[in-house]
Design a protein around this ligand. Structure first.
Ligand code: ADP
Ligand code: MG
Length: 366
């Protein structure tokens, strides 16, 4: 299976209403089937058009619910079968990545992440009910950001962070962040509280107020543990809001900003190189050259990967939109093996340690 790449065009913002819309969605054969093609003029020659084919395309009017139902909801049953799921939003700053992943406060505006959690909790209850309690499901969360190639725990208040960030290491083919908080979370309400608090940590962790969030990659990991009398099966859903993919070199000048933008450029550049190498079936994939690519492990992890390419429809984004589209076009070619995490024979805790299980879990790495 390859990475499923879908495009989403955001609506015009109030201040853009009189601007030129240059990105449009089309059906492949010009018929009235659902659109799967993005069309945009060549910035160098406006009479020429580029077309990019995707698994699906969401137009300006598409709702959060439609995107979720079309792309994310179908993955939940796989997750409960032990298949890992990874969903990431890629795009230029201001194209709707955070809106797509996190969304707004109202029920209709909620993004992929709260909807995913809501769905997961519903399924937990169903599994427990269908098995008459023989299968217990536990959900635990970790949430962190990668900023200037350093990993910071978003469940940790900014003043408690080590400036150098948390180390990462390979653990049986999976990349893990060492020392990351893992919080058991039993309900949607509890999730909302934890997530909101962590997002405040994200936005206040910067000394500069302007758009820190567009300069860091935020990774939410939902770990699902299904336990029966004899087995325990673990699977994970990761939802990632990547840093803005615009060419930061064009706009930056002060020194601190240069360090930041070279880190962003580097991680997204390495990501593009990985994608390039994978699509050309090269043997050496430069994953290890940035933390973000190590964690994302595109094409290396076994599971379902969905990339949502966020696009702004207006001309002011023209060049960056084209480079996003080219990147996404290569990403489609990545093959991912869909392999279940086998249930493991359960090691039953001793009665004495069982009572501190919850506290123990909280400080374990991913
Ligand atoms: P990014 O995270 O990619 O920088 P944002 O998610 O912050 O972009 O979106 C930029 C602006 O566009 C925000 O004001 C957001 O509310 C608005 N926006 C993005 N996508 C949509 C959408 N599908 N519907 C309505 N408003 C949107
Ligand atoms: Mg954002």
């Amino acid at each position: 299976m390859s990475v499923r790449v879908v495009a989403r065009i955001r609506p015009l913002l109030k201040q853009e209403l009189d601007k030129d819309t240059i990105v449009t969605a089309e059906s492949p054969a010009g018929n009235d089937a659902a659109p799967t093609v993005i069309r945009m003029p060549n910035p160098k020659n406006e009479n020429e058009f580029f077309s990019f084919q995707f698994s699906s395309v969401y137009e300006q009017e598409a709702t959060q619910q439609q995107l979720f139902d079309g792309e994310v909801s179908p993955t939940v049953k796989h997750l409960f079968k032990g298949i890992d799921v990874q969903i990431f939003a890629y795009g230029v700053t201001g194209t709707g990545k955070t809106h797509t992943m996190r969304g707004g406060k109202s029920l209709a505006d909620r993004g992929v992440i709260p909807r995913l959690l809501s769905n997961i909790y519903r399924r937990c209850r169903k599994v427990e009910k269908d098995t008459a309690g023989a299968t217990q499901v536990e959900v635990a969360l970790s949430y962190y950001e990668i900023y200037c190639d350093r990993v910071y725990d978003l469940f940790e208040p900014p003043e408690k962070r080590t400036p150098s960030g948390l180390p990462i290491r390979d653990n049986g083919g999976k990349t893990v962040v060492v020392g990351l908080t893992e919080k058991p979370c039993t309900s949607l309400k509890e999730f909302e509280h934890l997530y909101d608090q962590a997002n405040i940590n994200r936005s206040t962790s910067s000394t500069k107020l302007n758009a820190h969030s567009s300069r860091s990659h935020a990774i939410l990991c939902v770990k699902i543990t299904q336990t029966t009398e004899d087995t325990v099966r673990v699977s994970r859903a990761s939802a990632i809001d990547l840093a803005g993919s615009e060419d930061n070199r064009r706009t930056e000048n002060n020194k601190e900003r240069l360090v930041e933008s070279s880190a962003i450029n580097k991680s997204l550049f390495v990501l593009a190189q990985c994608v390039e190498a994978i699509s050309k079936k090269q043997s050496r994939i430069p994953y290890r050259e940035s933390k973000m690519t190590r964690i994302l492990s595109l094409g290396q992890n076994n599971g379902l990967t969905i990339m949502i390419l966020n696009l702004a429809p207006v001309r002011s984004y023209h060049l960056d939109t084209l480079s996003s589209l080219n990147f996404a076009n290569r990403t489609k070619k990545i093959e991912v093996a869909e392999i279940e995490n086998e249930p493991m024979q359960r090691v039953k805790p001793l009665a004495a340690t069982a009572s501190i299980g919850g506290a123990n879990i909280a400080r374990q790495p991913l």
